[in-house]
Design a protein around this ligand. Structure first.
Ligand code: NAD
Length: 436
């Protein structure tokens, strides 16, 4: 059995490392963040991801999963090295590759036998070749050989473990048959479809997939904005569209736009990649613009209903970019709440998991509540930004007793129009008729 080292123990590295251990491999997950590794060694999972804690604990107990900050040793011991560090957006919109190149340098310095180096981070086309050059240039033992593979990750935060264990496909971009075979063998227990491509195609598949999904979201949001003006209901429209198997029903939920650590940065990165090779990707530029504008749509709805917002008491329900995660990176709430504050509103906010993370962004500018009822108490309007189950299951009769005015601005279409009407709410949602 081949030994695996995963460098970068964030959402992707921790989940995929755990899954490789779960199917029987010996896996070492490393990170430069000592606090993170200390927590993991104590069985504390630094991120919120359903099912992860138990699975990590089981694999640690069964001596298949290890954590360390000693990256050089972990490299020397491994047959397969996964790079799963962050590739955040730089000021130009391009992916920042500094962490990937740092890791490549460390790998080069510690390469003591043939190894397959696999890029799992989302990286621009050409990065596999860049890693190859960096590793080569830092080889301490120049007789050593290695191969670089691209094996992009498609998991979704909030269902990452399930997605990884039941992956729909594994894309393996390789320059050598041997390396492709090693990574294909590693994926055999997942019983998934395997697509072997060139390095460049694999890198492009990841960007093309994410940006296509972002395009679907911006498309339906644009359709929602038209629906509001022509009296159609976007949920009916999306349902009708989704019944066509060529279109499919997923990623057609109108709302306040996509967020998170991937779609915003990947859409910008692909525009940047296109620019760098002389192609004006104006379609993607419109997708990004539509997404940015969608956040303003919801602020405008609040203003339309309440008039000037100075001194008005608002309850914001949901802060994370989507349910079942504590990830606040590029969450719509990061633009919407400051816009409300700038207009003078007072904000009380609730999120089942992400409040701790939100403090980093909003400090004491808003009031954080630990219970939904406390958040809603005295509200002049409720604003829904994340469709957590407990928000969708709110008892609207009880809500009405607690609020100052029965107004809901729903950025996630959590309630049916009939429900809102039956409970006597003024209800503004996305792409659907207003209930007054
Ligand atoms: P993350 O920020 O959660 O984790 C990255 C980790 O890498 C951090 O713990 C950081 O300390 C560590 N790190 C940075 N430099 C390091 C170094 N030199 N040595 C060792 N560790 C180092 O990031 P993430 O969300 O896991 O994303 C990782 C990559 O996977 C990104 O390219 C991202 O686009 C891609 N991706 C993310 C998701 C997702 O849902 N989060 C899904 C698919 C792909």
């Amino acid at each position: 059995m081949r030994k695996i080292t995963v460098i970068g123990t964030g959402y992707v590295g921790l989940v995929s490392g755990t899954c490789f251990a779960e199917i029987g491999n010996h896996v070492t997950c490393c990170d430069i963040d000592q606090t993170k590794i200390n927590k993991l060694k104590q069985g504390i999972i630094p991120i919120y991801e359903p099912g992860l804690e138990e699975t990590v604990a089981r694999n640690v107990a069964e001596e298949r999963l290890y954590f360390t900050t000693d990256i050089p040793s972990a490299i020397r011991e491994a047959d397969i090295i996964y790079i799963a560090v962050g590739t955040p957006m730089s000021v130009t919109g391009a992916a920042d590759l500094r962490y990937v190149t740092e890791v490549a340098k460390t790998i080069g310095e510690n390469l003591n036998a043939y190894k397959v180096i696999v890029n799992k981070s989302t990286v621009p086309v050409g990065t596999g070749r860049l890693v190859q050059r960096v590793v080569q240039s830092y080889l301490s033992d120049t007789t050593q050989t290695f191969d670089v593979v691209s094996n992009p990750e498609f998991l979704r935060e909030g269902s990452a473990l399930r997605d990884c264990m039941n992956m729909e496909r594994a894309v393996i971009g390789a320059t050598s048959d041997k390396a492709a075979q090693w990574i294909a063998d590693l994926h055999a227990p997942f019983q998934t479809d395997i697509l072997i491509t060139s390095l460049e195609s694999a890198e492009m598949i990841k960007y093309a997939s994410n940006t296509f999904l972002a395009t679907k979201i911006s498309f339906i949001n644009a359709v929602a904005n038209i629906c509001e003006r022509v009296g159609a209901d976007v949920t009916e429209v999306a349902k009708g569209m989704g019944m066509d198997s060529r279109i499919g029903s997923r990623f057609l939920q109108a709302g306040i736009g996509y967020g998170g650590s991937c779609f915003p940065k990947d859409t910008h990165a692909l525009v940047h990649i296109a620019d760098s090779v002389g192609y004006d990707f104006h379609l993607m530029k419109s997708v990004i613009r539509t997404n940015d504008e969608q956040r303003e749509v919801v602020v405008e709805k609040v203003r339309q209903v309440l008039g000037p917002l100075k001194g008005r008491q608002l309850s914001v329900l949901g802060l994370a970019f989507k349910p079942n995660t504590d990830d606040m990176r590029d969450a719509p709430s990061l633009q919407i709440i400051p816009a409300l504050l700038r207009k003078g509103a007072r904000v009380k906010a609730f999120d089942p998991i992400a409040s701790k993370e939100a403090v980093v962004h909003f400090g004491d500018k808003i009031e954080y509540c630990t219970r939904l009822e406390e958040t809603i108490q005295g509200a002049e309007a409720i604003l829904i930004l994340t469709e957590w189950d407990e928000i969708k299951q709110l008892d609207l009769d009880r809500v009405k007793e607690l609020v100052q005015a029965p107004v809901i601005i729903d950025g996630r279409n959590c309630f049916s129009l009939e429900e809102a009407r039956a409970h006597g709410f003024i209800y503004h949602s996305i792409g659907r008729p207003v209930v007054e």
